[in-house]
Design a protein around this ligand. Structure first.
Ligand code: SF4
Ligand code: SF4
Length: 435
């Protein structure tokens, strides 16, 4: 009875803790501007099913894709198994779902298969990250915490799966010894290889091993749940809403600034009265984005979904040619700034903290290095669009601070004066054809 009470308290506390973290994240995302998402629900659900559920974009790199699929399936399967653990924990039963008979045996055997596969996949991931030193895991933005975060979660998964197999091994031995409470149920094709480790153990010792592994496993899963919101692994959850809100227009399509569109329309309308008072008293908004509060909520959702995999940076031509830009860093900076501002607002209310995304996190050099080629958003496995953020930051610098590289100023002046980026008069532009 005592263990049921302890379990119920720990379980309820963990779930409440998780939801309070989710609320903070929701508040941080709501720092951004509201955005209207047009219909197309069916189309969006299809993208979500293909990209988030079906891992549709992971297999552009087959080895990483396959290993990731195993870990992902392992995660889903652990959740099914958790159902039984929670019921057993609260009700004091043991293997409560064993009434399913042969199907239960099949489930336990497949859980074991995935537990072993996940352990192997995590070991390979650890080797790739730490021994093979794949370049994209060692870019400058991969500082101490992002690296530790990635390794921690892999070690965590290995420990959770090992505890699961140990629990099953001890359980199956207890079943063979007809121990009280240990109903005969389940098939144990992999954990039975651990039996020699427990040779000579009596029933009491096996119960201690089984219960310790059970508690370790369940507390580990609950800790994992509460670790997710502070980790890049939060993408396990966020990939679903994020892919639902994917950009449906062609990737290269840029949105128009409403205020500018209105001005241009006014200029082109011969009947417009330029001195007419604006239709509402609304304060004119900012052009582009200086801080996270100028970005929209989907862009902020993108930042919480970033897995920091670095695929975007590995295909970014600016980064490849040695420029300072890394689209992964842009997403990490947006998330860090959002967390910082959200915390500041919770502690001090609406008082300005004197910082901004531009310059405090992202430099002008990075913003102007982007070629808007969209290679980053094309390859992103969870349909993140770093370009839209870069463009909004650039819009702010150009339109509000008149900051742009000297070469661009010359080019724009030429376009304005000569109708082309070159320093030739319009009449001489085609002279090269006759040479
Ligand atoms: S759009 Fe910009 S950030 Fe993205 S890959 Fe191209 S140059 Fe890099
Ligand atoms: S933006 Fe996408 S591709 Fe780039 S690091 Fe994040 S998840 Fe990976």
């Amino acid at each position: 009875m005592i263990s049921q009470i302890i379990f119920t308290v720990i379980f309820t506390g963990s779930i409440l803790w998780f939801f309070s973290s989710l609320k903070k994240i929701r508040d941080n995302i709501f720092l951004g501007k509201k955005v209207t998402v047009k219909g197309e629900v069916k189309e969006r659900l299809k993208i979500m099913a293909r990209v988030a559920l079906g891992q549709g974009k992971m297999f552009t790199r087959p080895v990483a894709g396959l290993l990731h699929l195993i870990v992902y399936l392992g995660f889903l399967i652990v959740n099914i198994e958790m159902l039984e653990i929670v019921i057993d924990g609260v009700a004091g039963t043991h293997r409560v779902l064993s009434f399913m008979g042969g199907f239960y045996d099949f489930l336990i055997a497949s859980f074991e298969f995935f537990a072993v596969a996940v352990i192997i996949a995590c070991i390979v991931f650890l080797i790739r990250r730490n021994i093979l030193k794949i370049k994209r895991f060692h870019n400058p933005e991969m500082t101490k915490w992002p690296k530790t975060d990635a390794n921690l979660i892999l070690i965590f998964e290995i420990l959770l799966m090992t505890a699961f197999l140990t629990m099953n091994a001890a359980d199956s031995l207890l079943q063979q010894l007809n121990a009280d409470h240990y109903v005969k149920a389940g098939a144990f094709p992999f954990s039975s290889f651990l039996h020699p480790l427990f040779s000579g153990f009596d029933i009491q010792q096996l119960i201690i091993v089984e219960r310790s592994a059970w508690w370790f496993h369940i507390i580990g899963v609950l800790l994992f749940l509460n670790y997710l919101p502070i980790s890049k692994h939060f993408h396990i959850i966020m990939a679903f809403p994020n892919t639902y809100f994917s950009k449906l227009e062609p990737k290269t399509a840029l949105d128009n600034l409403e205020a500018v569109t209105r001005e241009v329309k006014l200029m082109l309308d011969p009947n417009a009265n330029p001195y007419e008072a604006p239709a509402s008293n609304e304060q004119p908004g900012r052009f582009g984005a200086k801080d996270v509060t100028d970005l929209n909520r989907i862009q902020l959702l993108n930042a919480y979904t970033c897995t920091e995999c670095g695929r975007c940076t590995s295909v970014c031509p600016a980064n490849i040619t040695g420029k300072k830009l890394s689209p992964r860093k842009i997403m990490m900076d947006v998330r860090d700034r959002m967390e910082e501002l959200g915390k500041h607002k919770r502690q001090h209310g609406n008082v300005d903290d004197g910082k901004a995304l531009i310059r405090d996190y992202i430099s002008e050099e990075e913003i102007f290095a982007c070629t808007t080629c969209n290679a980053c958003s094309e390859i992103c496995p969870v349909n993140i669009d770093p370009v839209s953020i870069i463009i909004d930051l650039r819009r702010y610098l150009v339109m509000e601070e008149s900051k742009l590289p000297q070469e661009w100023t010359t080019m724009l002046t030429n376009i304005e004066n000569n109708g082309a980026p070159w320093q030739f008069s319009m009449n001489d532009r085609l002279n090269w054809v006759n040479e």
